[in-house]
Design a binder for this molecule. Sequence first.
Ligand code: E4P
Length: 228
Amino acid sequence: MKFFLDSAKLDEIKEAYYTFGIDGVTTNPKHIMLSGKPFRTALADIADWIREEGITGKDVFPVSVEIDPHLDDADGMVAMAKEISSLCENFVIKVPCTEAGVTAARRLEQEGVRTNLTLVFSPSQAIWAGKNGSLFVSPFIGWKEANGEDCKRYISQIVEIYQNYGYYGKTQIICAALRTPKQIVDCAVAGADIVTAGLAVYKDAIKHPYTRDGLERFQNAWDNTEGN
Ligand code: E4P
């Protein structure tokens, strides 16, 4: 399973890359706003760092970028998606799971612009990403579970549908907006291709109280062993 960082903050992206070896980045208008930079500056800074690191390339380190969420026509979405994707070959364009978004995604993929169908909240929505050849589909997990829903079946149904119809592996399933290490485990067990979460979730996922406790016990033993 791959791990993407859900952030547009360059310091977080760098830390997640160097510490956790993350495989890509997902952004959305909220993350761009939280970066404190104008939209195109935030994108240019990420693209510059990717070039400096030498992780450029169509098939490595994808960075999902969402187009203007006010756009509600396929032509407008396609035009903006082409402009943004031309800025960096790692950019993948997020379009919403609406009729216009699905239309735009199909046209973009046919023209070589990679897409991520986002704001997906049901297996029936996820089917459209596979059917129309999007590179990614982003079922949101954290939002649903915050709403009291258990997402294990939701994720496994998407995986099963994709396996049934040959979409699995072609349209990669990014389980998005994860908030807890347990959600990472649920996604991994269900067979999701990718998870995306904030840095704090990955930091939590590497911790366990017994690891800290065990280190203290072993330090104590070390310190009480003759010759150390
Ligand atoms: C995923 O691609 C989205 O950017 C993200 O997960 C949305 O959720 P959040 O901004 O609430 O984390």
